[in-house]
Design a protein around this ligand. Structure first.
Ligand code: FE2
Ligand code: FE2
Length: 398
């Protein structure tokens, strides 16, 4: 299938998803969920979500200023046909709807049943949706204001931000390919792919095509590990650039940060247990991933020296704590100290099996409380300064 044809197919799939959403709600407003017609509508729509979630960790729908965006696809053709419906969504402050992997049909129907009366009478809708959160663990509903400091504008979603999201999506696909079937030494083709991705990230950060504000302020809570690797690489590079690190080291850092968690992908992969809880065995594997990662990178040809070091050291703390276990406190590499900060920040901002993503301010406060212990105090200060500079930039352009 040609690229254009594939794009069109995806566009149609995303459009059908949105129409399915509206159709399900309409049907549910006429008949109870057990009615054969409603049941069919709901099941058809749910099957589409399920299909999407079989290869992605979440499905995001945005309804902003009369525009519909499903995943990264803008659907301007729906603006007029769904005009009234979009207005109602706006009244209940539902601008962002995310279905996460693991969502069950029953949870989905329950969500629609909660939403439906609110669309008719939006009074107190925000409170009702907030209270329903516990009952809907795989469905996230919010306005697009992700943090108090980062009101996202319509332009963000319709223009530049969409392009950035597209680029991230494409890089994330390449990362998935890179991390799949890692057994021991990486083949030449994977090393070349890693170099290519690191170079793209490097260029994009330099050209400000991958604005740090998207990665820091507007970090979405998607737990996707491929996106995480890209974020850690890009933000590490931006921080190092701020610290005037020279070019050859920057390149190595960008590459090493991209592969910092490669030890998590050694076959058989570490997967969360069916219940979502972390088992002891999974914990042990997690603790060992820095060692596994360093082993892979040390045994692979053409890997810069910093990469295995970063993989091995990124969970060590500045004060000697952290993991894997060490008998003697080691002098941590500068690059590892940077990745320790960027990795923790990005981890705090994404949903994890053990906790939900933290808002920006909470994540920064959490890290502040550990400065000089987990994190190098001066590097953390620089990281904070970089975040602050982005805030000023944002306010200037707002
Ligand atoms: Fe890690
Ligand atoms: Fe990580």
């Amino acid at each position: 299938m040609g690229e254009q044809e594939e794009k069109e197919k995806l566009h149609a799939f995303h459009r059908d998803l949105c129409i399915g959403f509206v159709g399900s709600l309409r049907s549910l407003s006429l008949y109870p969920p057990e009615h054969p017609e409603t049941r069919k509508k709901l099941q058809d729509f749910f099957r589409k979500i399920d299909e999407h979630l079989s290869y992605r960790s979440s499905l995001a729908m945005l309804f902003v200023d009369g525009e519909v965006v499903v995943e990264n696809t803008r659907l301007p053709e729906l603006s007029s046909s769904l005009g009234k419906f979009l207005q109602r969504l706006e009244q209940v402050h539902l601008q962002r709807l995310v279905f996460q992997k693991g969502v069950l049909f029953e949870e989905f129907v329950q969500f629609l049943q909660i939403l439906l009366p609110l669309l008719k009478n939006p009074a107190g809708a925000e409170l009702v949706l907030a209270e329903a959160k516990e009952r809907l663990p795989h469905i996230l509903v919010s306005s697009v204001q992700l943090d108090a400091v980062s009101q996202v504008s319509y332009e963000d979603f319709s223009g530049a931000l969409q392009e950035v999201r597209q680029s991230l999506l494409s890089l994330s696909g390449q990362m998935k390919e890179l991390f799949s079937g890692v057994v021991g030494t990486l083949p030449v083709t994977k090393v070349a792919l890693a170099r290519q991705i690191a170079e793209t990230i490097h260029k994009m950060v330099m050209a400000e095509e991958l604005p740090i504000k998207v990665l820091i302020y507007r970090r979405n809570p998607d737990p996707d590990p491929y996106q995480h690797a890209i974020h850690v690489s890009a933000v590490s590079m931006a921080l190092a650039q701020r610290l005037k690190v020279h070019r050859p080291v920057l390149d190595e850092l960008c590459f090493g940060a991209l592969l910092h968690d490669i030890g998590l992908f050694v076959s058989p992969p570490i997967a969360a247990s069916a219940s979502g809880a972390i088992t002891l065995d999974e914990k042990k594997k997690r603790w060992e991933h820095p060692i596994r990662g360093a082993e892979i990178l040390l045994s692979t040809r053409g890997i810069p020296d910093l990469a295995p070091l970063i993989a091995y050291e990124h969970h060590f703390h500045y004060d000697g704590g952290g993991y894997p276990e060490q008998k003697q406190r080691r002098q941590l590499n500068f690059a590892s100290l940077i990745v320790s900060i960027t990795n923790t920040y990005d981890d705090l901002r994404r949903n994890r099996p053990e906790r939900a993503a933290l808002p920006l301010t909470d994540a920064l406060n959490w890290m502040d409380a550990r400065q000089g212990k987990e994190f190098h105090p001066l590097l953390l200060k620089q990281f904070r300064a970089m975040v602050k500079a982005q805030a000023l930039e944002k306010n200037k352009s707002a």
